[in-house]
Ligand binder design. Structure first.
Ligand code: PLP
Length: 394
């Protein structure tokens, strides 16, 4: 089985997540002693002779910098194999290469709009069918299974409505049919949630978000421990050519070093801001998995170690949207999440613009919904910024 974890990685698995993030899979490069993984900016590698190899040949398939990142994400997600892609969408597109025309997939209806577009506008053309449902309703997931269902694809917590899907139960349901569970773990990162431990077969990430963490690069991952899928996934990565470049692999590795401190601060700030927003007179409702009255609060406690840094909220009046976006000055009006800078997004026209209106509205994405990716700035400054912007919404 192609695995990029070494035998002695077993010892590394015993280390705390805080330590693994800092040191990655390899403490230092043996040849030079370099502590920061060198950027092997080479497209190709010389062979010593016919039938001889250094283990590297062509960077679309394998590259030393990317390999260190792939081993690191495999360790963090408790998998045996990690694959790094140019973007999260590159990773998700490669997952779909496991299936064939006629296959049916159950997908969270409330998920990143780009994933919806990829599945419904492209893969539907090749004979795949999709049921878009509220996967936090496990009875609905069960009722949606068909004889040709080959996978359940979930985002949990979901983007942007913060619904939580039961990973264990979803895995049991699809395994009883011989299919696979794919979990997009972007929102919590491996620091707060490890879906492979709960029965998910594949984990995907937009590494662009919390893993890289600085809004300065894009990347994506697939992680798994399935020997039977390993060749297919490696081939998909190599054949499609969406593999991550050495420099972006290095930036992502550097970001991961501080994942634990960032996630802890993101969460602390998000908790304060969620409670503050909930009391604000211009806000109708706040969606945050850390509220004790969140419908899946208890479930979160059984499958995650934290609530992350994402909050969504409905304003009472849609007319406040442009005013709020215009008047925030520290928090930035931009699309993306998971970076050190706080970003406010308007899903209707940004992240979820590709989703048809009826489906968007059924998922809860209306013209009053805002999504806040809480950064690691001082929480008082963030609250003061929101307060000042709200005060101008008159
Ligand atoms: C949950 C989730 N998954 C996947 C993606 C796609 O990732 P990328 O933008 O790195 O292609 C995004 C992007 O916003 C996302 O939010």
């Amino acid at each position: 089985m192609p695995t990029n974890r070494d035998a002695d990685d077993k010892d590394r698995c015993k280390l705390s997540m805080r330590t693994v993030t800092v040191h990655g899979a390899t403490l230092f490069e043996v040849r030079t002693g370099a502590i920061s993984t060198p950027i092997y900016q080479s497209s190709t590698f010389r062979h010593p002779g016919l039938g001889e190899t250094t283990g590297f040949d062509y960077s679309r398939g394998i590259n030393p910098t990317r390999m260190e990142l792939e081993k690191t994400i495999a360790l963090l997600e408790h998998g045996t194999c990690g694959l790094a892609f140019a973007t999260g969408m590159g990773a998700i597109s490669s997952v779909i290469k496991l299936f064939k025309s006629g296959d049916h997939l159950i997908v969270s209806e409330d998920l990143y709009g780009g994933t919806y577009r990829l599945f419904s506008e492209y893969y539907a053309r090749y004979g795949f069918s999709f049921s878009w449902i509220d996967t936090s309703d496990i009875a609905l997931v069960e009722a949606s299974l068909k004889p040709n269902t080959k996978a359940i694809f979930i985002e949990t917590p979901s983007n942007p409505m913060m619904k939580v899907t039961d990973i264990r139960r979803s895995a049991e349901l699809i395994h009883s049919r011989g299919g696979i569970l794919v979990t997009d773990n972007t929102f919590l990162s491996p620091y707060f949630q490890n879906p492979l431990d709960l029965g998910s077969d594949l984990v995907v990430h937009s590494g662009t978000k919390y893993l890289a963490g600085h809004n300065d690069t894009l990347s994506g991952f697939i992680v798994h421990s399935r020997p039977d899928l390993a060749d297919d996934l490696v081939n998909a990565q190599k054949s499609e050519g969406a593999s991550l470049s050495p420099f972006d692999a290095w930036l992502t590795l550097r970001g991961i070093k501080t994942l634990s401190v960032r996630m802890e601060r993101h969460e602390k700030n998000a908790r304060r801001i969620a409670h503050w927003l909930r009391e604000h007179k211009r806000v109708e409702k706040v969606f945050y998995t850390g509220f004790e009255d969140h419908p899946q609060y208890r479930l979160s406690g059984t499958q995650s170690r934290g609530f992350g840094g994402m909050i969504s909220f409905y304003l009472k009046d849609a007319a406040d949207v442009p005013k709020l976006l215009k008047n925030i000055s520290l928090i930035l009006f931009a699309e993306s999440l998971g970076g050190v800078e706080s970003l406010l997004t308007y899903p209707l026209v940004q992240t979820h613009g590709a989703i048809p209106e009826a489906m968007r509205l059924s998922a809860g994405v209306n013209d009053r919904l805002m999504r806040l990716s809480v950064g690691i700035e001082d929480a008082d400054d963030l609250i003061a910024d929101l307060d000042s912007a709200f005060s101008k919404c008159v």
